[in-house]
Write a protein that binds this ligand. Sequence first.
Ligand SMILES: *[C@@H]1O[C@H](CO)[C@@H](O)[C@H](O)[C@H]1NC(C)=O
Ligand SMILES: *[C@@H]1O[C@H](CO)[C@@H](O)[C@H](O)[C@H]1NC(C)=O
Ligand SMILES: *[C@@H]1O[C@H](CO)[C@@H](O)[C@H](O)[C@H]1NC(C)=O
Ligand SMILES: *[C@@H]1O[C@H](CO)[C@@H](O)[C@H](O)[C@H]1NC(C)=O
Length: 353
Amino acid sequence: MSCYDCCFSLNIWYQLITMKGVIIILAAYFLYYCKGATVTFNVKSNVLNDRPIIGVLSQEQSFYLHSKYPDENYTSYIASSYVKDIESAGARVVPILIGKDRGYYEELMKKINGVFLPGGATFFNQSNGFADAGQHIYEIAKKLNDNGDYFPIFGTCLGFELLIIIASGRGEIENRIRCYSHSNLPLNFTQDYRSSKMFKETPLDIINILKTKDVTVNAHQFCIVDENLKSHNLTNDWRVTAHSNDDYNVEFIASVEHRRYPFYGVQFHPEKSAFEWKLSKKYPHSYEAVKANRYFMDFFVQECRKSQHSFASAAEENRYLIYNYEPRFTGDLGSAYHQCYFFEPKGTVSYKN
Ligand SMILES: *[C@@H]1O[C@H](CO)[C@@H](O)[C@H](O)[C@H]1NC(C)=O
Ligand SMILES: *[C@@H]1O[C@H](CO)[C@@H](O)[C@H](O)[C@H]1NC(C)=O
Ligand SMILES: *[C@@H]1O[C@H](CO)[C@@H](O)[C@H](O)[C@H]1NC(C)=O
Ligand SMILES: *[C@@H]1O[C@H](CO)[C@@H](O)[C@H](O)[C@H]1NC(C)=O
């Protein structure tokens, strides 16, 4: 605003006030009063929760690790890299067990600020496993958001595939294709990715790393391709923001987000760059790789700060937090995960395979 504009508008205000003083002042008072009430309300709902707690879903114990701990009846696990990645972004983690009834997930989700669905390897057709728990969580989160709450979900790799398969309606034929990708890849962003929720505020240096460097870690034998979204009428709800190409040049969806709900998925593994070290996997550990991968949990945790759910007390938080469990060093047992947390929801998971 130039000085001329400034003087001009001051002059107008002076004239209005002197000409219609009382009316203007009353109107201004009325406007201020109403506006004040609205502002108070908006500010309250916009306050960010700086102590977010995020649930991480466990999954069926891997056959490999079961063979390494034959006497301990662990039935589920969480790879520590996911927990560390979330913790590094400024949140705490609560493990979510599989094999529970819907009430368990409903009660827990009233207390936490978002759910993370990890990658891994398990079938979606086992009863009371990762997929059934994921379905409860998805349906409950949808209902919460529909009722005006804000409840984010982030799925990585298998967790991302599960989101899309649940959105497709699970069924006997799973809505994903076989593919093969065990490479570090760049992202090929879609044309309008900069207006997406996930990438609209991403710093340009991180975008450039993701676009041009082989920094996203892929380790999957299934892909979701554009055709999977089209065939199940999902394109109105889900927005693709990037693709990558598998080892045989099949173009798969690398990142996606729901248009209305705060639900996000990536096919690659942001957590491995900083937190997984198996030499033969050739994970990218460079300064740039770590920096760019760091972005995804920074983004997700910021989404979770928009949720105001909380535990009843610090004592109740303490009973749920993952600090009640000690991770085991599994890297020296040959696992692709350097450390894992193990859980025992005994007798509830039925292995059909
Ligand atoms: C594991 O399960 C077996 C068979 O149900 C049981 O005999 C054993 O005591 C259990 N081990 C532990 C450590 O709970
Ligand atoms: C579950 O899916 C896997 C992989 O598609 C298949 O091999 C297995 O037979 C299925 N199990 C059941 C119980 O349908
Ligand atoms: C990137 O995606 C566009 C379409 O969005 C496609 O035309 C182009 O070939 C892709 N580039 C690579 C390197 O796959
Ligand atoms: C997708 O929508 C079309 C047209 O509305 C409908 O004919 C088709 O059955 C739908 N497909 C699925 C998988 O829901």
